[in-house]
Design a protein. Structure first.
Length: 271
C-alpha cells in the first residue's frame, strides 16, 4: 500500500529523478498525490499516467510542502539549489557532496547519502546508502522501499564506504560498457559484420553475465572453473590476467574513489 507521505524530488526532470519517482508510483511505494517534482522548465515527461503528481519550478516551495526532500541534481548544480529543510529527511543522490556539506546547505541533520545508477530505468539498480544518526527507523524503512522499487539496496556503515561504492556501484553500466566496447572493437577489427559482432558482445556482457545473479555461481568460483577446464575460455582468461586485467580494474576503482574524495573536499562547506 502506498504510504501517505509527501516526497519532493529536486531535479525530478532528470533521468534519475524520473526513473526513481516513476518506480515508486508503479510499485505503490508512494501515492501520486504525494509526489512533487521540480525542474527548471516546470515540465517533466513520463508522468502522464499519474495526473495527481505535482510539478513546480520553485525548489523553495517544494521544500516547504514535502516531508522528504530528494536531491537529484549534479553536484556542480547544488550551489544553485537554495532550500531550508529544517529537520526534514533529505536524501542526496549527489556524488562527492558530503554529509557535512548537506547539513550546512539544507539545515537538516536527517541526511541520507545514496548512490543509485543508470540501471534504475530498467529496475535493475543496486543502491548503497548511508544515514546519519538522526535518521529514524521509519526513515530507513521508507528509503529501502524506495530503492527496492527500482532494484535492490543496502545500508552501509560509513560515509567512507559510500565514497568507495560511488566509484564501484554508482558507475552503473559504465564498466560493462567499457568491456563491451573493447570486445566490439576487436571483433570488428577481425572483419566480423557489425550486427554479428554487436549481437555476440551483448550476448556476453548482458546475457551470459546473468549467471552472476544473486542465486548464481560466485564470480571467483566461475573463473576458477573455467580456468580448470583448460579450454579456449581458459586461454582467454589467462591471457587477460597476464596482461594486467585485475590491476587495471583496481586502478580504475581507486581512481574513481579518489575522485569522489576530491569532490567532497571541493564541495566542503568551508570552501
Amino acid at each position: 500500500m502506498a504510504q501517505a507521505i509527501t516526497l519532493g524530488i529536486i531535479g525530478g526532470g532528470g533521468w534519475l529523478g524520473r526513473a526513481i519517482g516513476g518506480a515508486m508510483l508503479e510499485k505503490g511505494v508512494l501515492a501520486p498525490a504525494g509526489l512533487i517534482l521540480s525542474s527548471r522548465s516546470g515540465r517533466v515527461e513520463g508522468f502522464a499516467a499519474w495526473p495527481d503528481v505535482r510539478l513546480t519550478q520553485d525548489n523553495r516551495q517544494l521544500a516547504q510542502l514535502a516531508e522528504i526532500i530528494v536531491l537529484s541534481v549534479r553536484p556542480e548544480q547544488f550551489a544553485d539549489v537554495h532550500i531550508e529543510a529544517a529537520d526534514k529527511l533529505v536524501i542526496s543522490f549527489m556524488a562527492g557532496v558530503s554529509v557535512d556539506t548537506l547539513i550546512a546547505r539544507t539545515g537538516s541533520r536527517r541526511i541520507i547519502r545514496a548512490m543509485p545508477n543508470a540501471a534504475a530505468e530498467i529496475g535493475q539498480c543496486y543502491t548503497p546508502w548511508f544515514a546519519t544518526a538522526q535518521v529514524t527507523a521509519a526513515d530507513k524503512a521508507f528509503t529501502q522501499a524506495m530503492f527496492e522499487a527500482c532494484g535492490s539496496a543496502d545500508e552501509v556503515a560509513s560515509e567512507a564506504d559510500l565514497d568507495y561504492l560511488t566509484g564501484l556501484a554508482g558507475s552503473g553500466a559504465a564498466y560493462p560498457a567499457l568491456l563491451a566496447e573493447a570486445m566490439l572493437a576487436h571483433a570488428l577489427a577481425r572483419g566480423l559484420p557489425r550486427q554479428v559482432a554487436e549481437n555476440a558482445v551483448r550476448g556476453v556482457v548482458v546475457g551470459a553475465s546473468q549467471l552472476l545473479g544473486r542465486d548464481g555461481m560466485p564470480p571467483a568460483q566461475m573463473v576458477q572453473a573455467m580456468l580448470d577446464y583448460r579450454g579456449t575460455t581458459a586461454a582467454g582468461l589467462q591471457a587477460m590476467l597476464d596482461a594486467g586485467f585485475r590491476q587495471a580494474i583496481e586502478a580504475g576503482l581507486e581512481a574513481a574513489e579518489a575522485a569522489a574524495q576530491r569532490m567532497k573536499a571541493d564541495n566542503s562547506p568551508r570552501k
